[in-house]
Design a protein around this ligand. Structure first.
Ligand code: AP5
Ligand code: ZN
Length: 216
């Protein structure tokens, strides 16, 4: 199954993706995670991406499309994949169509997680992430058992550099101007499914499951 997760920053794409990929046994491909990894390793790609990410801006299309193209060619994507945070512009969506067509494949589901802008700000500024395993928490909505420590692996939790009020504002504007128009692109293809992302994390997962299993 080839799945795409859309939705504004903080909608819960990463949280839900972790759960869905473990159930369906497909790789989770997050362009944001790929850029953060490259940044932490100080590769030329990471240093270039950092210039944009640190301002809350989108990384240029040519860089982003190249990464996704290479990743989708890997053998572990043959049985399907979950793309999280890509595409984010019309050029990226068109490039993805070309990549899929060249591989003789198609997107099965585009899941759009819907959350009000005010709630997104609270979610992002309270988010904490495990340095070791990448698990995501929230200081109020999904707290770890011991403050600052990952429940799953005992790793240390940190706050992302772009999760402050100013950067979140820029990221939300980038989403509204460049990414939200893609919803119509996928609606026209008849594969867009919208999910209320404001419910409890478990309820959102249950709704996504129903859609993917064809029970909704
Ligand atoms: P990226 O890493 O993709 O960030 P994003 O889209 O801003 O999304 P987030 O990871 O912030 O949010 P999420 O929806 O995954 O929410 P989460 O599950 O963590 O991109 C970062 C940057 O990289 C971009 O700004 C850009 O510079 C660059 N980039 C990436 N892809 C690109 C592309 N294609 N083109 C160009 N540039 C690109 O949840 C958020 C919080 O809420 C967590 O604390 C969580 O615990 C909590 N939460 C989740 N669900 C619920 C719920 N149902 N109830 C209560 N709390 C919840
Ligand atoms: Zn961990």
């Amino acid at each position: 199954m080839n799945i795409l997760f859309m939705g504004p920053p903080g909608a819960g794409k990463g949280t839900q993706a972790e759960r869905i990929v473990s159930e369906f046994g497909i790789p989770h491909i997050s362009t944001g995670d790929a850029f953060r990894l490259a940044k932490s390793q100080a590769t030329p790609l990471g240093l270039e991406a950092q210039k944009y990410m640190d301002q809350g801006l989108l990384v240029p299309d040519d860089i982003t499309i190249g990464i996704v193209r290479d990743r989708l060619m890997q053998p572990d994507c043959e049985q399907g994949f979950l793309l999280d945070g890509f595409p984010r512009t019309t050029a990226q969506a068109e490039a993805l169509d070309e990549i899929m067509e060249s591989m003789g494949r198609k997107l099965d589901h585009v899941i759009d997680l819907q959350v009000d802008r005010n709630l997104l700000l609270a979610r992002l500024t309270g988010r904490r992430i495990c340095k070791s395993c990448g698990a995501t928490y929230h200081v109020m909505f999904n707290p770890p058992q011991a403050e600052g420590t990952c429940d799953k692996c005992g790793g240390e939790l940190y706050q992302r550099a772009d999760d402050n009020e100013e950067k979140v504002g820029t990221r939300l504007d980038e989403y509204t101007n460049k990414t939200a128009p893609l919803l119509d692109y996928y609606r026209a293809k008849g594969i867009l499914r919208q999910v209320d992302g404001e419910q409890e994390i478990d309820s959102v997962t249950a709704n996504i499951h129903s859609l993917l299993r064809g029970n909704a």
